[in-house]
Design a protein around this ligand. Structure first.
Ligand code: SF4
Ligand code: SF4
Length: 121
């Protein structure tokens, strides 16, 4: 998913003009994407003169940090509300299962997308 680096965006409006599905608008002088409309064509990446349209992969370190932080919060809450220090580890195991499931969904999806690539040749 593309995203706008607000610090880099100078509000030139080129991406707004070029987006084929009107998924970008200007708000307070900065480009704003409506992800529900975006068809992932990549045009905004190509036309932005400031390289302010960034790639999703750049958010991976931040997303990992958020996941770890949330897991720690859940662990603390389980210990607090269930009143047993063992609940922290049980919670951690459940979160591990959750992220393993997400991983499996991503892997299986990628397998299907590879098949689509072969079918599209
Ligand atoms: S093209 Fe780049 S700099 Fe111009 S409005 Fe869009 S994101 Fe901002
Ligand atoms: S990727 Fe394409 S559809 Fe999505 S916001 Fe950019 S130009 Fe619009």
């Amino acid at each position: 998913m593309p995203w706008i680096d607000k610090d880099g965006c100078v509000g030139c409006g080129i991406c707004v003009e070029e987006c084929p599905v009107d998924a970008i608008s200007m708000e307070n002088g900065k480009a704003e994407m409506e992800m529900g409309k975006c068809i992932h064509c990549g045009t905004c990446h190509e036309v932005c003169p400031q390289e302010a349209v960034r790639h999703d992969g750049e958010k991976i370190p931040d997303e990992v940090k958020v996941n770890v932080k949330r897991t720690k919060e859940f662990m603390s809450a389980c210990v607090k509300y269930l009143g047993d220090s063992k609940e922290g580890l049980k919670c951690l195991n459940r979160m591990t299962k959750y992220f393993n499931k997400q991983k499996t969904v991503a892997e299986k999806t990628l397998e299907e997308l590879e098949k689509l690539k072969s079918d599209s040749k």
